[in-house]
Design a protein around this ligand. Structure first.
Ligand SMILES: Cc1cc2nc3c(=O)[nH]c(=O)nc-3n(C[C@H](O)[C@H](O)[C@H](O)COP(=O)(O)OP(=O)(O)OC[C@H]3O[C@@H](n4cnc5c(N)ncnc54)[C@H](O)[C@@H]3O)c2cc1C
Length: 338
């Protein structure tokens, strides 16, 4: 056997919440063949872990964790206006963004500094600053965790929606993403600058015609000013998704809360920032023991040190209940609770 199994492993450095949970078994996997070899081991359940920046461990993982470290970035098609790039599932997402920006390949610059691995990006269709992962996605290769068979998923197969895909719904926990293929633009880039503070920050820097590197740099600065660094305070970014509610319900809420913030979702629905709802229920900056709500961003639950996964989970439940009671809106976790 070429894979090495570790037993009774601490997951503290393998999750951005810094939760002191353990796993019964763990294997670091850096090739497709090793992934298949590990899958063939008769241990259950099995799960893939990337950088652990979107998981909350509430108990010991009584199974086998496959830590994805599959590397490699290669251009598989080079046309006059675009390239197709295949990227290993274990590559760090931000390193890949830097790789693309350095070659003036457009499409992922707004997604700079999102923590995690490339293989996890399709799972919740990562998004930020007006751009979602599926806008550059072509296909992926994944291994069936029960049979070891390799399967190709097209964009249609993945059923991407806001912070979700088939890998978070119908096929949850069933596949290990080993590589993805993305299409990036050459020369003529479509830039998305309207979201958040990007335009304002570019103006401050007196940049009228931004290059991809300028946009990535601005996004990094804005993110660093808003979000806590998991190395300093344990967190998994946004804990909940922004709820999408019917426009009729929003109109009723506006009567009582005229300053409620919203973004259009489609003709019939409105997206409400979960941070606004949580803040208006009084949770921003809340702390009990070592767990709490980040003082500068109400959507980020934090572990100040020795907080447990179950304490964060219980806090999340209390927040959900109060938002439901006050606004009649259900908050859904974005973070994967284990
Ligand atoms: C400070 C901070 C800011 C963040 N900002 C954003 C943001 O702006 N936008 C955004 O969308 N997300 C954001 N996130 C969440 C996180 O960065 C993404 O969800 C990221 O894709 C998680 O990658 P990971 O490798 O850490 O996944 P993990 O946390 O290891 O895993 C997440 C889930 O995906 C599954 N998974 C992981 N890898 C694979 C694979 N190869 N095959 C199959 N399943 C897999 C796991 O089983 C788990 O269910 C943020 C997180 C933090 C800590």
């Amino acid at each position: 056997m070429s894979v090495q199994m570790h037993q009774n492993v601490s997951l503290r450095d393998l999750n951005s919440f810094g939760i002191r949970a353990k796993a019964d078994h763990l294997i670091y996997v850096d090739t497709l063949e090793k992934m298949q070899e590990a899958i063939a081991i008769e241990l259950a359940p099995k799960m893939v872990l990337g950088s652990g920046s979107n998981v909350l461990f509430t108990k010991t993982y009584r199974g086998l964790i496959l830590n994805n470290q599959i590397a490699g970035i290669s251009i598989v098609e080079d046309k006059s206006t675009y390239v197709k790039v295949q990227v290993g599932g274990g590559v760090n997402w931000h390193s890949f963004v830097q790789w693309a920006v350095a070659r003036d390949l457009g499409g992922v610059q707004n997604l700079a500094l999102i923590p995690g691995t490339v293989g996890a990006a399709p799972i919740q269709n990562i998004g930020a600053y007006g751009v979602e992962f599926d806008s550059v996605f072509v296909s992926l290769e994944a291994v069936d965790l029960s049979t070891g068979e390799v399967r190709v998923f097209t964009k249609r197969d993945c059923a991407f929606t806001y912070r979700s895909s088939i890998f978070k719904t119908d096929r949850k926990g069933q596949y290990a993403v080993v590589n993805i293929t993305l299409r990036l633009s050459k020369h003529e880039h479509v830039l998305s600058l309207d979201y958040g503070a990007i335009q304002g920050e570019l103006e401050k820097r007196k940049i009228a015609t931004p290059k991809l590197a300028d946009i990535a740099d601005v996004v990094c600065c804005i993110r660093q000013s808003k979000l806590p660094d998991p190395k300093t305070i344990g967190n998994a970014g946004s804990f909940f998704k922004n709820p999408i509610i019917p426009r009729s319900q929003f109109a009723e809420l506006l009567v009582q809360y005229p300053d409620m913030v919203s973004y259009p979702a489609d003709k019939r629905y409105i997206k409400v920032p979960a941070a606004w709802l949580i803040e208006h229920c009084g949770w921003k900056g809340y702390r009990q023991g070592d767990v709490g709500v980040y003082e500068h961003h109400a959507l980020v639950l934090v572990n100040h040190g020795a907080g447990s996964g179950i304490a964060i989970y219980n806090l999340a439940k209390r927040i959900q209940r109060s938002v439901q009671e006050v606004f009649g809106i259900e908050l859904t976790p974005e973070v994967n609770i284990l």
